[in-house]
Design a protein around this ligand. Structure first.
Ligand SMILES: N=c1c2ncn([C@@H]3O[C@H](COP(=O)(O)OP(=O)(O)OP(=O)(O)O)[C@@H](O)[C@H]3O)c2ncn1[C@@H]1O[C@H](COP(=O)(O)O)[C@@H](O)[C@H]1O
Ligand SMILES: [Mg+2]
Ligand SMILES: [Zn+2]
Length: 132
């Protein structure tokens, strides 16, 4: 496929083959801009996400389609999907149904909103928890 057909096209031509069938997805909360998690999708996961408006991924450890929230009930609802220049990465802009997306819990026993709850200090190389 010519570059122009990918970069300047209004047609969806996701480049799964380039990446072994899996593309990275950044999940971002629409309302706040917060980055919530990064996961992988195959073609089926994208199709299911478009059909159901529920964020669906490919679980790389369980090797199966993963409708986020299927056990935790922390469903993620799609507002918008962005596709990058060379059509090999996505952004899901979303609304949360539950407390958060992360499978870890904070001190109050609540699912953390984002998987990115620690910051790396470049000098000490230690991690600082961002939560109060
Ligand atoms: N719920 C999550 C979850 N939420 C967010 N994330 C992030 O999503 C990324 C997914 O990457 P992977 O495909 O490598 O994760 P995975 O192989 O599905 O994870 P596991 O099944 O090994 O826990 C992780 O690196 C986390 O940063 C999660 N990763 C894993 N889970 C597991 O997914 C399962 C189902 O959770 P629900 O969909 O919320 O019911 C539970 O067993 C959870 O432990
Ligand atoms: Mg990960
Ligand atoms: Zn997490």
């Amino acid at each position: 496929m010519k570059e122009s057909e990918i970069e300047e096209s209004n047609q969806l031509n996701l480049q799964f083959d380039k990446r072994g069938g899996l593309l990275p997805v950044v999940v971002q909360e629409s309302e706040t801009g917060d980055i919530l998690m990064i996961a992988s999708v195959n073609r089926e996961a994208v199709d299911r996400t478009l059909e159901t408006k529920k964020a669906t991924f490919w679980s790389t450890s369980r090797n199966k389609l993963w409708v986020k929230g299927e056990t935790s009930e922390n469903t993620i609802w799609i507002d918008e999907i962005l596709v990058d220049c060379d059509q090999d990465a996505l952004v899901y802009k979303v609304r949360l149904e539950g407390d958060g997306v992360c499978h870890t819990k904070n001190k109050l026993g609540v699912h953390r909103k984002s998987c990115f709850y620690r910051s790396l200090n470049p000098d000490s190389k230690e991690l600082t928890f961002l939560e109060k």
